[in-house]
Design a protein around this ligand. Structure first.
Ligand SMILES: [Zn+2]
Length: 290
């Protein structure tokens, strides 16, 4: 199992660059399969109406529900007053398992954090170098998990990336992903200081090549159990408590099917410390859904 925890999908409507115009998955899916990526987390490209954009992502996720997870994209300013409704629909109707927002749209808000808390969703927030906000998020919402992608800066701002590592080390609910991080020494430092438990593999596909990004992540100094964390188990842990009243289509059932696959001894190392726990979890799920 390898989960790419960061990939865009669907059309944007901005027409200023690839990021708000189109995130086509055709080449990504071939490349991901060739690289051994088994599951992918999808969210929209930049869009002026995330209600519309999330619907398109939901259609893509439902085309291969065992391969894809969905995150609800929100704009904290433009969607003020309807964030909870957008998120609730995404969780209960689409089976989404997280929230995505970007500082380029607007800074994160309490409304977003409270929606995340209400449904126990992780929040993937691109801070665009503003790593200091992690201090406030960690203090105010210790029960919400935040994934700060690109080690805090897609733009290679090494000051922000080094500052983010400090937040990863000090705050139990601050995580990062490997997507698009080019300065390898800083990524290595993040692993060494914060530990593999705080780092998720992500590619920023389809614009970045998942195989290239995966090769980079594999070059990190990770033990076998560290690799299991970075390449999937961290993500599954972060979505394991998603609240939804929807009985079948919800994120838990999809995550659990991934866990059940992973717990199958023919797929993984039966001597890994997680195998017994996962196997018990899988049989519990099979008996509860029978
Ligand atoms: Zn991205």
């Amino acid at each position: 199992m390898i989960i790419d925890s960061h990939c865009h999908a669907g059309k944007g409507d901005g027409l200023t660059g690839p990021w708000d115009t189109n995130a086509p998955l055709d080449k990504y899916l071939v490349r991901a399969k060739q690289a051994g990526v088994t599951h992918t987390v999808l969210f929209a490209a930049f869009h002026s109406d995330y209600g519309v954009a999330n619907e398109e992502v939901a259609r893509i996720v439902s085309s291969e529900p065992d391969r894809f997870f969905g995150f609800a994209f929100v704009n904290s300013v433009r969607d003020r007053g309807r964030v909870r409704d957008l998120v609730q629909r995404a969780v209960e109707e689409f089976g989404f398992v997280g929230i995505k927002l970007h500082r380029h749209d607007a800074p994160i808000s309490r409304e977003v954090c409270e929606a995340a808390r209400a449904f126990s969703l992780p929040v993937l927030y691109d801070v665009m170098g503003e790593a200091a906000v992690c201090e406030l998020l960690a203090e105010e919402y210790p029960d919400v998990n935040f994934i700060i992608p690109h080690l805090g800066s897609f733009a290679d701002d090494w000051r922000a990336q080094v500052a983010l590592i400090d937040h990863l080390v000090r705050h139990p609910n601050i995580y990062t992903d490997t997507a698009g991080v080019r300065r390898f020494d800083i990524l290595e430092q993040a692993v060494r200081r914060a530990g593999a438990r705080k780092i998720l593999f992500g590619s920023d596909g389809p614009w970045l090549h998942p195989g290239v990004e995966l090769a980079k992540a594999r070059a990190l100094p990770l033990t076998q159990s560290d690799k299991a964390l970075v390449f999937g188990d961290n993500f599954l842990r972060l979505i394991s408590k998603v609240h939804s009243s929807a009985p079948v289509k919800d994120g838990r059932s999809r995550a659990h099917s991934v866990l059940a696959t992973r717990a199958n001894p023919s797929w993984g190392d039966p001597w890994s410390p997680d195998a017994a726990r996962l196997s018990a979890e899988a049989s519990r799920l099979r008996s509860s859904t029978a």
